[in-house]
Design a protein around this ligand. Sequence first.
Ligand code: SIN
Ligand code: MN
Length: 205
Amino acid sequence: MIEDRGFRLFPGRLDEAVQRALVDAVFAAAADAPFYRPLTPGGQAMSVETTNLGEVGWFTDARGYRYVDRHPLTGAPWPPIPPVLLDLWADAAGAAAPPDACLVNLYRDGARMGLHQDRDEADFAFPVLSVSLGDTAVFRLGGTSRKDPTRSVRLTSGDVCLLSGPARLAFHGVDRVLAGSSRLVPGGGRINLTLRRARPGPANL
Ligand code: SIN
Ligand code: MN
C-alpha cells in the first residue's frame, strides 16, 4: 500500500479472476442500464461512456452535476452494486456506512477525464474508492486547489485507490489511457468504478 496524505494506492488489490468477474458484471448491468455519453453543464459530451450501479447514480447535463435514482434514458432504477465491491469498500474504506453509488466510466479509444474534484456528495467524511480495470491509466493527482502541483500515477488493472481525509477533495483526472496495455475489457479500453457515499450517512439521516 502506498500512502500519501489521504491518497492510498493498493496496487494489484484485485486478482485477475475478480477483475474478470467485475467486467462481466458491468457489461451484464449495462444490458439494463446502457452506457451513454454525459453532457457537461457547458453542453460538451464527455469522452467517457458512463452508467451507474447503486441506489443513486452520478449524472450531468445542462442543469448541472447531481445524483439521480433512475437511469436517464430508461427511467429504471440503477442495477445493484455487486457484493464484491461492497466487501472491498468495507475492507478498504474504513467508512461507517456502505456506498450508495458506483459510477462506471468506460474509456474507449482516446477517452480521458479533465482535472476535477468529486464534490457532489453530502458528506466528505466518506472517502471515494476507485477500481481500475483493463488498460493502464495515466492518472493525475493534485491538491485541494486547482493551482497545487500535481503528480502522475499509473493505475493498472486490479489497482484500487482511495481518496480520503486531506485527499478527499484532491483534484484528479485521467490524462490518457494506454491503448492495448491489457486485454481484459472486451472491445478494448479501461473501466473505472468509483464507489461513493453520495447521500448522508445513517448518523446524519
Ligand atoms: C473519475 O474521477 O471519475 C474517474 C477517475 C478514473 O477513471 O480513474
Ligand atoms: Mn472523480
